[in-house]
Design a protein around this ligand. Structure first.
Ligand SMILES: C=Cc1c2[nH]c(c1C)Cc1[nH]c(c(CCC(=O)O)c1C)Cc1[nH]c(c(C)c1CCC(=O)O)Cc1[nH]c(c(C)c1C=C)C2
Length: 568
């Protein structure tokens, strides 16, 4: 039993770890040339257990396409490169590519007035000081490529860390059925587990024990939703009460639409191979000890790990701080990274950032000078046409994924003791009935507790800063969204009902992030493969795709995707 619980929690942890929730790297492999992937396709390796548990398990035979930029000009590098989109994926692509090809001329086309995409940090004046509101993502987790970018940009001293031991990192809650339940810390204490058990949120968890006995899915099943996978193998209540909350916090998405094959790839593959996720986890651990075992880890992941180990050298003190931290950001918010990136690429001399330049079209062409991609940019009536040797697109493709819209409502209250408990915040599962959550909130972040050191406040103890997240999949197909005033009222109603907070906020900021988060819905893998095939046959290696639609919705995923493209 002890062993069983340990393996179940390890598998759950490895599955629920943020890194597991990204599109399978098969798509990335299709999009990017991997330098050494051909040797990795055949090499047999022993995979460290953590890596093997958290990485994708795509059979290497599926990694069929190797896009390669083949130079037709007299230079061994693409002389002119266009980057479509100036969000974090576009800016970091420009940074890494201009470093890899210092002689190439790189142009970033950004439709908006400023770069950075969804990353926006706003300072708002309050009595005698100011507070920092994050309108989009607000923290980063330890990830080698992002860390090296921060180091290269000279930003290490601007980083603020939230240590794993701090309440702001340790205390994460799920609202169920009408109160906050603390998720167990690592390792879970018996009292934590008992409290959770009493709340009823763990109903169905015993399904984990019989998971190895559940029948294997039919071979004809090519994908399944996250909800259906968990209901079939464990219990529907676990899906609705716990996992749906976690997926709200990452995708703002519906577990009954999101793809298990993409987002629960490890257990999905284990079931396919061994008939059980849990049983397969054990067997994989023992098989990996044997030298003849063929790695289940996708070559792209292996290559990324190998490459980051070999090519990235981090300051030991920075590494130590990162290891101790659950998350980190900057004193001036995540936009500090965006500003530094833009500044760095612009001062390199070979990168031009053009804002207010939406892309009208990009088409492969054959001219006397050879093949290229014709990019039409600008607003209707005043468009420019230019030909590039290579295009890196971070723009969305509506055939690949749908998107959800999220409204963030940041609130600042001068009273520092408004929260019932210190912590990161809480997530609201899909099972919470409408009457308990008519505003369709997804979760609330306790910013003032989770991230310290961003606000300049004269009062001791500062105040209470919160972000209420609304919408996501709940707002699918809505014709219009709440106004700023309505959003503020909805957020305050959530805080009153869930946390009994009735105070008037001293400052607030409401932001509607329309179509912000891509949804890797059922069948994503097949769509990604078709998409990659289409690109290959049309652009012949002159188009690369980076960003949240193919690399994962996190900032780290986009930065790592950009790095991988530059290496290719
Ligand atoms: C702004 C809305 C976002 C929601 N999810 C993401 C964004 C940008 C992406 C995301 N959020 C998390 C991860 C896990 C890995 C990681 O990079 O940390 C990803 C890919 C975890 C997370 N969830 C919330 C926060 C504050 C974080 C830390 C990362 C970050 O600052 O974005 C809370 C939260 N995010 C969303 C909702 C609805 C929500 C609810 C409380 C959607």
């Amino acid at each position: 039993m002890r062993l069983e619980r340990c393996a179940a929690s390890q598998l759950l942890e490895s599955t629920l770890r943020a890194g597991a929730f990204r599109p399978r790297v098969q798509a990335q492999c299709l999009f990017h040339l991997r330098r050494s992937s051909s040797s990795l396709l055949t090499r047999q390796r022993r995979i460290p257990p953590l890596l093997s548990a958290t990485s994708s398990l795509v059979p290497s035979s599926q990694c069929t396409h190797q896009h390669r930029y083949t130079s037709t000009s007299t230079t061994p590098y693409p002389p002119k490169i266009a980057i479509l989109g100036g969000g974090i994926a576009g800016l970091s692509s420009a940074y890494f590519i201009s470093r890899e090809f210092p002689k190439s001329k790189v142009t970033i086309f950004e439709a908006g007035k400023e770069t950075g995409g969804w990353i926006r940090s706003k300072r708002v004046a309050v009595d005698g000081g100011d507070v920092l509101f994050e309108l989009g993502p607000r923290t980063l987790r330890n990830a080698t490529v992002t860390a090296s970018l921060i180091q290269d940009l000279g930003l290490i001293d601007d980083v603020i860390f939230t240590k794993r031991s701090e309440p702001g990192a340790k205390n994460r809650f799920i609202y169920f059925p009408d109160r906050l339940n603390r998720l167990p810390a690592e390792p879970p204490s018996l009292s934590d587990l008992f409290a959770l058990w009493r709340s009823g949120i763990l109903g169905g968890v015993l399904g984990m024990i019989k998971e190895p006995l559940m029948p294997k899915r039919p071979d004809s099943m090519s994908d399944e939703t996250v909800g259906s996978f968990l209901a079939r193998r464990v219990d529907k209540r676990i899906a609705n009460n716990i996992v749906s909350a976690v997926f709200h916090g990452i995708y703002a998405g519906d577990i009954w639409q999101l793809s298990a094959k993409t987002l629960l790839n490890t257990p999905w593959q284990l079931e396919g191979r061994y008939g059980s996720a849990l049983g397969g986890f054990f067997r994989m651990q023992s098989e990996d000890q044997r030298p003849q075992s063929v790695s289940l880890v996708h070559p792209y992941d292996l290559d990324m790990v190998k490459a980051t180990n070999e090519e990235i050298d981090l300051d030991p003190e920075f590494v130590k701080n990162l290891k101790e931290a659950a998350m980190f950001t900057f004193k001036d918010g995540l936009q500090h990274l965006v500003r530094a990136l833009q500044n760095a690429v612009e001062t390199k001399g070979n990168v031009v950032v053009t804002t207010e330049s939406p892309i009208q079209s990009f088409t492969p062409i054959e001219s006397e000078a050879g093949p290229g991609v014709e990019v039409v940019s600008g607003n209707e009536g005043s468009t420019q046409t230019e030909t590039f040797d290579l295009v890196v697109s971070t723009l969305r493709n509506n055939d690949l994924t749908p998107y959800v819209t999220v409204m963030t409502v940041n609130l600042y209250f001068p009273d520092p003791k408004l929260l019932p408990v210190e912590g990161f915040g809480y997530l609201i599962p899909q099972s919470i009935p409408f009457e308990q959550n008519p505003e369709r909130a997804l979760g609330v972040i306790f910013d003032s507790s989770a991230i310290r050191g961003q606000d300049n406040l004269p009062a001791p103890g500062g105040g209470t800063k919160l972000t209420v997240m609304l919408g996501g999949h709940w707002w699918d197909n809505w014709e219009s969204y709440p106004s700023e005033e309505e959003g503020l009222e909805m957020a305050r109603a959530v805080l009153k009902r869930h946390l009994n907070i009735t105070a008037e906020p001293l400052a607030h900021c409401v932001n509607l992030a329309r179509d912000a988060i891509p949804q890797y819905t059922l069948g994503y893998e097949d769509r990604a493969r078709d998409f990659a095939d289409g690109i290959e046959s049309e652009f012949k290696g002159r188009l690369r795709v980076v960003g949240s639609q193919v690399n994962g919705v996190g900032v780290n995923d986009c930065v790592a995707g950009a790095w991988a493209v530059a290496r290719g």
